[in-house]
Write a protein that binds this ligand. Structure first.
Ligand code: GNR
Ligand code: NI
Length: 174
């Protein structure tokens, strides 16, 4: 396993639409292993492949239901079958939008079909934090970030702040 670099906003790669995976093979499992390790190290509760620069429809998650116990989840080619008309609001953050948080409204429940780590078709009915997180990750596959749901002003303030931070980091590196 290996840690991969997480891309941060602003980065046009994060806006790319990810492509469907045609086969869950050893190489894809290696990618999923690396993504999980990178997510745990960050730390975060979810990660989409595009966040490490790979435009494939792959997501790893661990929303840590039982304390101290790992519960890794892998979603390849996830599809929403149904989502509830009722919404709920959660405070979201994103490893690609470091240090920024905002309340985002999304469908409260969703029913998802996907391939697991072994390429088997699975379905889950998600609600609460799990539903929010899956939808946040599935947005990444379309090149969408949670800040896209904010007002133009709020979003531009966040992007400005992140650009400034990036320039500061570049100066230290160079
Ligand atoms: O670590 C993460 N926490 C989080 C909190 C609320 C809603 C969504 C998330 S996902 C985020 C990790 C991430 O950026 N995944 O793409
Ligand atoms: Ni994210």
């Amino acid at each position: 396993m290996a840690l991969r670099e997480i891309l941060t906003e602003p980065n046009i790669k994060l806006r790319e639409k990810s492509s469907a995976v045609d086969k869950v093979d050893k190489d894809l499992q290696k990618l999923m292993d690396d993504m999980l390790e990178t997510m745990y190290a960050a730390p975060g509760i979810g990660l989409a492949a595009i966040q490490v620069g790979v435009p494939k429809r792959v997501i790893v998650m661990d929303i840590g239901q039982k304390e101290g116990q790992k519960n890794p989840m892998y979603f390849v080619n996830p599809q929403i079958i149904t989502k509830s008309k009722i919404n709920s609001i959660y405070e979201e953050g994103c490893l690609s939008v470091p240090g920024q948080f905002a309340e985002i409204e999304r469908p409260d429940k969703c029913h998802i079909r996907f391939l697991d780590y072994y390429g088997q078709t699975k379905e889950i009915k998600a609600e609460g934090m799990l539903a929010t997180c899956i939808q946040h990750e599935m947005d990444h596959l379309e090149g969408i970030l949670f800040i896209d749901y904010l007002s133009k002003l709020k979003k531009s303030m966040i992007v400005k702040k992140l650009s400034k931070q990036k320039r500061a980091i570049e100066r230290i590196v160079v």
